[in-house]
Design a protein around this ligand. Structure first.
Ligand SMILES: C[S@@+](CC[C@H](N)C(=O)[O-])C[C@H]1O[C@@H](n2cnc3c(N)ncnc32)[C@H](O)[C@@H]1O
Length: 264
């Protein structure tokens, strides 16, 4: 199995174990944080949208809450069944069990979102190309990616660890996430008084998550076979090479990249 297929399999197993989107993790408050500063949920109201890599439908439900007209939700893994089950208003959603590069060339979508997905695809260029074809002229592609800048200390810790953890079965990985959860709780407390790495993310996002979702986020970092941390230049290039114009980039909480581009 290649890196792409292994990662899809990893996520299928992950989302069957962590199927719900409760609390801040699935909230419009978090969606506003993800979209900021380029978009607000109200910008997407009454629009035709696709999401590439929908997982358990967290972003799909956020889009529904924002008042979109219709969503195409793309999820290639076994999580597809969870996605279908979790969707709050199925009349407005078309679910497709396909990979991102197989997104049909609709040519009439107003927005395509891909949140936390392209950094798990070894060759994302065909996915960007499919997004370009599916948008209408003037439509926007919005992407959220792991960042390299701001994560130096974290990466020196997690990268060697992932060599082993991405091969672990679920019960060992969930046990490891449980062990790592407690020092992390302490780290968040120190973030309140010291200028520690990832302080912005810890206090603005991670601390607001329930204990269960914090464990999921740790698991999510350790599980997928493929994960790339993008530099600013690589993140911008992804959309520029895909022929998008007016490409803008934001260093979200100084640890990740939000990139948006427009189809001319
Ligand atoms: C970290 S999850 C993000 C899920 C969702 N966007 C969210 O924010 O809750 C990444 C998702 O991308 C999916 N994925 C992986 N490879 C993909 C591909 N080639 N095309 C489309 N989706 C893919 C995985 O199956 C997984 O559900």
């Amino acid at each position: 199995m290649n890196g792409k297929d292994r990662t899809i399999k990893d996520f299928g197993e992950q989302w069957l174990k962590y199927p719900d989107n409760e609390g801040y993790y699935g909230s419009l408050e978090l969606f506003s944080d993800i979209l900021s500063p380029f978009l607000e949920p109200k910008d997407i109201k009454n629009c035709r949208v696709a999401e590439i890599g929908s997982g358990t439908g967290r972003i799909v439900n956020m889009l529904l809450e924002s008042g979109v007209q219709h969503i195409v939700a793309v999820e290639p893994s076994d999580a597809f069944a969870v996605l279908v089950r979790n969707i709050r208003n199925s009349e407005k959603v078309t679910c497709l069990k396909i990979t991102g590069e197989q997104l049909p060339p609709y040519r009439d979508l107003d927005y395509i979102l891909s949140v936390g997905v392209l950094h798990h695809i070894p060759n994302p260029a065909p996915v960007v190309e499919a997004a370009f074809k599916a948008l209408r002229p003037g439509g926007h592609f919005f992407v959220w990616l792991y960042g390299k800048e701001g994560n130096a200390l974290y990466l020196s810790f997690i990268s060697p660890l992932r060599v082993f953890t991405k091969r672990l079965p679920h019960f060992m990985l969930s046990f490891l996430a449980e062990i790592m959860y407690w020092p992390l709780v302490l780290y968040i407390k120190f973030c309140h008084i010291l200028p520690l790495p990832l302080k912005g993310y810890m206090l603005s996002v991670f601390e607001k998550m329930s204990p269960e979702k914090r464990r999921l986020i740790i698991y999510d970092q350790l599980n997928p076979s493929y994960a790339k941390y993008y530099t600013r230049q690589e993140a911008e290039k992804l959309l520029i090479d895909g022929k998008f114009e007016n490409v803008r980039i934001h260093h979200r909480h100084e640890y990740s990249w939000t990139v948006i581009g427009t189809k001319p």
